[in-house]
Ligand binder design. Structure first.
Ligand code: ATP
Length: 452
């Protein structure tokens, strides 16, 4: 069931109020559906990406990392099929001059009042639908001729295929193994929207897992489940997450099977990540277009083949948004409504806030020492401004799991109180065991307190 306490408006407002995410270029009036991540947003999204790397690189030894260029050789996109086929159907309205996705008219609003769906108003005058390529074109070098046309990558995946050979040669990898990459991608979406859910510039976390062809079915099932489990481990409530297999009619031309991990956002069930069995489509295409042999050759048996590829492709922004929506909560404390982000501690932008109870009597100095003690192990924040209750609320809103308070007793017996964001329980902890105590809590199994 949809979580009624959470609306996109509340998430957008909280993100702005607390400096997670702002509309981009606001002093110039903004630029449609571009967003900038502020301090806490950077920390949160970095943690999302870090947990993704952790799951692939640290927890396994069959995945390696890559960071390829955003601007690739333009023939990349001929081979991948993006120049010919990475399009959405577009219609123009001759009256209001707006453009819409022809297959999503029911999600769009006509530019005139009363606001109806495009095509439904008395003055609507829609053109025939035509294919609109979503890739951003630009030119390299000082001459703007045809030969200089390049594209901003619309996905990170192709950079992986272009480098596949290096990994066979230098990383001495043999299938099954994966190459993982995180980075910006660009799509000139016709109708971006819903905050960071659909932007024209966004970050992807993609992995191509190369396997012997007869193992493709097994690894597809494996990665479907592994990727679903990753979100659950990071606290997404299972009743807000599902795996949906694509119908045959939805499959891309290169895919024999695809599943989406979907999250129940305030706007309904939407794709968070896609897991596809791409067969050997990409390596075949790049072999043909580059005239390079991209086969894997087994040195012992002499067997040679083009590996099949299983691709889990996630969006760092959509994941960040899902974690924010899933964590958002409101409760009542002493008759006041408290807004709190019940984020998994590993995702929380700040793990511990160190707060002197009062700004005198040596408390700020001791609190600074405690901050220094923790700094090496985790992201901490020192805050001495304002009433303690307000400082707690502020930390609750950014999702800080523990507030460490230094009070008069701290100066006498070298202990502090640790307040838990979710249970509000307070416990006294000796300063010299504080870092170890918080670290143990940070890595302990975690379950969303929003689950009854
Ligand atoms: P959609 O159908 O929603 O447009 P897609 O199927 O085209 O998404 P993929 O090409 O599979 O998306 O990209 C992998 C992931 O990248 C998506 O699951 C999503 O998390 C993210 N992503 C894709 N497009 C955008 C976008 N415009 N803004 C933010 N994230 C995106």
């Amino acid at each position: 069931m949809k979580d009624e306490a959470v609306t996109m408006e509340k998430i957008v407002a909280l993100c702005k109020r607390r400096g997670f995410i702002f509309p981009s270029s606001e002093i110039y009036g903004g630029i449609g559906s571009s967003y900038d991540y502020g301090h806490y947003g950077v920390l949160l999204k970095n943690n999302v990406k870090e947990r993704w790397w952790h799951a692939l690189l640290r927890e396994r030894d069959d995945v390696v990392a890559l960071d390829s260029a955003i601007i690739q050789h333009p023939r990349t996109w001929e081979a991948s099929g993006h120049i010919a086929g990475f399009t959405d159907p577009l219609v123009d309205c001759r009256t209001c001059k707006l453009r819409f996705r022809a297959d999503r008219l029911e999600d769009a609003a006509c530019g005139r009042k009363p606001s109806l769906h495009p095509g439904q108003g008395p003055d609507c005058d829609l053109t025939e639908s035509r294919n609109f390529n979503l890739m951003f074109k630009t030119t390299v070098g000082p001459v703007q001729d045809e030969g200089a046309t390049v594209y901003l990558r619309p996905e990170t995946a192709q950079g992986i295929f272009l480098n596949f050979r290096h990994y066979l040669q230098f990383a001495r990898k043999r299938p099954p193994f994966g190459i993982a990459q995180v980075g910006k991608s660009f799509r000139n979406e016709i109708t971006p929207g819903n905050f960071v859910f659909r932007m024209r510039e966004f970050e992807q976390m993609e992995m191509e897992f190369f396997v012997p062809p007869d193992q493709a079915g097994h690894w597809y099932e494996f990665w479907r489940q592994a990727r679903y489990d990753w979100y659950v481990r990071l606290g997404i409530r299972p009743d807000h997450l599902r795996l949906r297999a694509h119908e045959a009619s939805e499959l891309s031309h290169y895919s024999s099977a695809t599943s989406d991990v979907e999250y129940l956002y305030p706007i309904g069930w939407q794709e968070l990540e896609g897991i596809a069995n791409r067969g050997n489509f990409d390596l075949t295409q790049h072999t043909e277009h580059s005239h390079q042999n991209l086969e894997y050759v087994d040195s012992a048996s002499g067997e040679r083949y083009l590996p099949y590829v299983i691709e889990p492709a996630a969006g760092a922004d959509r994941a960040t948004l899902a974690f924010l929506c899933d964590a958002y909560d409101e409760d009542q404390i002493e008759g006041e409504t408290r807004t709190v982000l019940r984020l998994h501690p590993l995702l929380a932008p700040v793990k511990a806030a160190v707060l002197p109870l009062v700004k005198r009597d040596g408390q700020p100095e001791l609190a600074r020492e405690v901050t220094t003690l923790l700094r090496d192990r985790m992201q901490v924040e020192y805050d001495e401004g304002g009433a303690i209750g307000r400082r707690y609320r502020r930390q609750d809103e950014i999702g800080t799991p523990w507030s460490v308070t230094v009070d008069h007793q701290s100066l006498e017996d070298a202990t502090v109180t640790v307040r838990d964001r979710d249970s509000l329980a307070q416990s006294r902890v000796a300063i010299d065991t504080l870092a170890a105590e918080l670290e143990a809590r940070l890595y302990a199994p975690w379950r969303s307190p929003k689950l009854a």
